[in-house]
Structures are given as C-alpha cells and as structure tokens.
Design a protein around this ligand. Structure first.
Ligand SMILES: *Cc1c(COP(=O)(O)O)cnc(C)c1O
Length: 462
C-alpha cells in the first residue's frame, strides 16, 4: 500500500483520506475485518510484530479463562506504559552474562559490549530519535532523577525570575520534582509554580493559551517544563513554537519526553530546546525501570552551570587518574554521574536496533494511519444510536497533534466496569482517573488488533 511505503507524496493526504481511498480502491468497506486484514497485508512494518513477545491470555492475571481461546495472545494496547519485550533483548543480556562470567572486571574493557562504555552504543539511535547532534545526548539514571539533575543546572531562580511553568495535570512524579525543586530554592509552590490548563469543558491545552501565559508572566518565569506528549490526554505539543516563544521571554525551556521519544519524530537541536529528559521503557521497549537519558543543547556546552558531579561526568581519558578536580566531559557526557548499568544499557541498545532499522519517519507514517483507523472504528462501531454507551475521545482529532494514543472517556456506562470486563477478555489497557488510555503502537500493533479491540468493546455485556 503506497501510504505505508513512505514515498512522501501522500504527505498532504490526511490519514482518514488515505483510509477512504484504500477502501474504494480495494472495494472493501472500511469497517470490516477484511479491510483490517488487507491493511496488515500491505503494511511494510507488519513483520516486526513477530519480534515481540505478546503476553498469552493464559498467563495474564485478570483474564477469565472460561471465556477465552486459550492459545491466543492478548490484545496489547499498553505500550505507553510498558513496551513489549523484543526477542533481541534476551540475547543481549546473555552476551553480558557470559562476558561477566568469563572476564569478571576485565569485562569493563574487554567485554564484547565493554561494561565501562555500555551507554555509548545507545547514543547514535537516540540522537536520530531526538533530532540531536553529537554530544547532546546522555544515557543515565531514570527519568525523575534526570529531571532533578537537569533542574539543578537549568532552574536557577533570581529575585525577579523564579517561577516554573508546567501543566496543571502533569505526571505526579514531575509535579513532585517541580515542587521540591521550588522548595529547595527557598520558595513555596504557591508563589513559584505557575500552571497551564485546558479551558473549561476542554481536555487539551491550546498552544495560544501557553503563549498568552508566557506573554503575561514570561518575565517572572525562570523555567518552562512541559511534556512533549501529555501522558493523560495523548496531546502532542507544538514543541518548536512553545520553545521559541518562551525563549523570547528569556525563559529556559525543558521538555519531558517520556511519551514522545520513539513515538513521534523530534528535532530538539533545530528547535533549540535547552534540555530534555526521557525514560526508555514506554515506546522504546527497554524493560521496566530501565535507564533513561538527557538532551542538552550544544548552545550550553561552554557555559558554566551549577552541577551535582560524579566520576562518570569526567572525561573517559582521564577518569581513572583519580584526580581531585573533575575534568568534565563535553556536553551531555559531562552531566553523567555514576557508571551506567550494563544490564540496562544492553537491553536498551538491543531494543534501539529495531528503531534504527525501521526509522522513526516510517513508524510515524504507520502510526498516524493506525491511530486514525482505531478512531474511525470507535466512531462507527461504538458511537452509534443503538449502542449501550458512547466514547468521547479526549485526544486531539488532528493526527499532527497526537502520537500513538487515544484517551477514552466513557459516556453512559461505568468506565471501571468496562475496563474490568475488557481485562477479563484479554485486552491490556490502562485506566487512570476515569479515562481508558489505548496505545496502538506502530512497531508491534496491527490493524487487526484495532479491529479485534473494537469488536470486543462492541460486544460487551454490561
Ligand atoms: C513514565 C513517566 C515518569 C516515570 O518516571 P520514572 O522516574 O522513570 O519512574 C515520569 N514522568 C512522566 C511524564 C512519565 O510519563
């Protein structure tokens, strides 16, 4: 199918147009199992699915074993929470275990993936995913720790400019980090936190409202730190526009890319983002709690910032001279603190290989169509006069303003009951507040997954 083959000229067509055209061309109705199957057959990325372990229905805790076909895999729409394991991961861990067994401490230098440099193989692919230049990306710690370390350097409040601008509904860990940083500098969140929220009766935040806040309060804002893709609504922010507007007001701009990296293409260097932090276990499939990373723009390389140093921020060449003064590495390398976990870096590198082979642009192309197809099925199959409940999609309808997630609000039935019932029938999703978050991940989800999911949803007996 031309639209999935990444030939560029379909760019102007919306994903819905592409779906309509295919349906006409194949003479198969859009809302049909045959159409979903045909989309999969024509999806150049469909084969990658076989590289991932889909949990079996028989192993999942909440599944009602009396109501399922016991050999089947679950419908996994939870990649926004924990990406699936690829078959390459076990192999990479075996290499490390064998090197450790055979070489002991000599593995630091002589391992096939030398322990002491195990973060470096992750860097080239991350650079591409983030749109970063050399030395702008570092692999270290976990996300919240990295937010803290970045803020130690980049949130430097003064008497006139001391506020942090963030989302009212930011991820709780981020909120705790912001509030504790504010207190660390002697302010209270009441005086130094400024939040942006959706308008009344809306779910997503308008870019214009962020720009307006910046215009009004920009001179008192030291740092603006938003998420690239909002975890709750799935909204993809206009990173470039917001970054530029905030910097014009003299603010430093950081982004939390937990739900953006590996999900949507990023151009952090060109967008002149000051810094960013991310985790790797959501769309990057590295495994729960795996090592995260940072981005620091090259504009900052020669500036002197307060830092919390550790020996891994020292240049590799002089680290083991064990000098009293740190000889700091260039760029993001100089922000590292401890020696990286080979256990984690090995799994991350193995998972990133797949992204390197496929390319984020091709993934994004499929992603837009897959998410649109899911939306289309929900609108046609669930939001019908005859159905017992309706679904309001919080996530922006514009494919350019979202990644691989739809957040669903259930109208006319109990969302918790629907979620529980879906779990019993072997659908892996996520439930927060009163919202069901569904992530059709282009790397391993199929059009048939979307079709099967909506069929199950439609047939629920409440
Ligand atoms: C997943 C996620 C986290 C998790 O933080 P860790 O430090 O990796 O446990 C934090 N913030 C956001 C926005 C997230 O999506």
């Amino acid at each position: 199918m031309k639209s999935l083959n990444c030939n560029g000229k379909d760019e102007e067509l919306t994903p819905q147009n592409i779906l309509n055209e295919q349906s006409e061309k194949w003479k198969i109705p859009l809302v049909s199992e045959a159409f979903a199957r045909k989309l999969d057959e024509n999806d150049a990325l469909h084969y990658i699915r076989d590289e991932f372990h889909f949990p079996k229905l028989t192993s999942l805790p909440k599944v009602d074993k009396s109501r399922i076909n016991s050999d089947s895999s679950c419908i996994y729409f939870c990649g926004h929470s924990l990406g699936l394991q690829s078959t390459r991961v076990r192999q990479a861990i075996d290499v490390w275990l064998n090197d450790w067994a055979d070489l002991g401490a000599h593995g630091h230098i002589h391992g096939r993936n030398p322990f002491a440099a195990c973060d470096y193989p992750c860097i080239p692919t991350l650079q591409k995913l983030l749109g970063a230049e050399d030395k702008e990306v570092g692999v270290m710690n976990q996300l919240t720790s990295n937010l803290h370390f970045m803020m130690i350097s980049f949130y430097r409040p003064t008497a006139e400019r001391f506020k942090i601008l963030y989302e009212e509904r930011s991820f709780p860990s981020d909120e705790y980090a912001f509030q504790s940083q504010i207190r660390f500098h002697g302010y209270t969140p009441e005086e130094a936190a400024i939040t942006v929220k959706p308008r009344q009766n809306e779910d997503c935040i308008r870019t214009e409202d962020i720009l307006e806040l910046l215009k009004q309060h920009g001179q008192s804002i030291a740092l603006i730190l938003l998420s690239g893709v909002q975890y709750y609504t799935g909204q993809l922010f206009d990173i470039e526009t917001i970054t530029e507007a905030a910097q014009q007001q003299g603010c430093t701009v950081g982004w939390d890319l937990a739900h953006a990296v590996g999900n949507v293409p990023l151009k952090l260097h060109d967008w002149k983002v000051d810094f960013a932090a991310f985790c790797s276990y959501k769309y990057l499939n590295s495994g729960a709690g795996c090592i995260g990373g940072i981005f620091v723009h090259s504009n900052h390389f020669d500036k002197d910032y307060p830092r919390f140093d550790g020996w891994w921020g020292n240049r590799d060449a002089t680290r083991f001279q064990m000098a009293k003064e740190i000889d700091r590495g260039v760029g993001a390398d100089g922000f590292r603190i401890s020696n990286p976990s080979i256990h984690q870096c090995a799994t991350l590198a193995a998972s990133l290989q797949i992204f390197d082979e496929v390319g984020i642009e091709q993934l994004r192309k499929k992603s837009k169509i897959l998410t649109q197809y899911l939306q289309c099925l929900i609108e046609n199959e669930i939001n019908q006069a005859a159905s017992k409940f309706k679904i309001d999609i919080l996530t922006p309808k514009d494919p350019k303003q979202r990644g691989a997630q739809l957040s669903l609000r259930i109208i006319g039935a109990d969302a918790r009951q629907i979620f529980n019932e879906l779990e019993r029938l072997g659908v892996c999703l996520d439930y927060r507040g009163d919202i069901i978050r569904v992530a059709p991940v282009p790397l391993y989800n199929s059009f048939m997954d979307a079709y099967r999911f909506v069929s199950v949803l439609k047939s629920l007996k409440l």
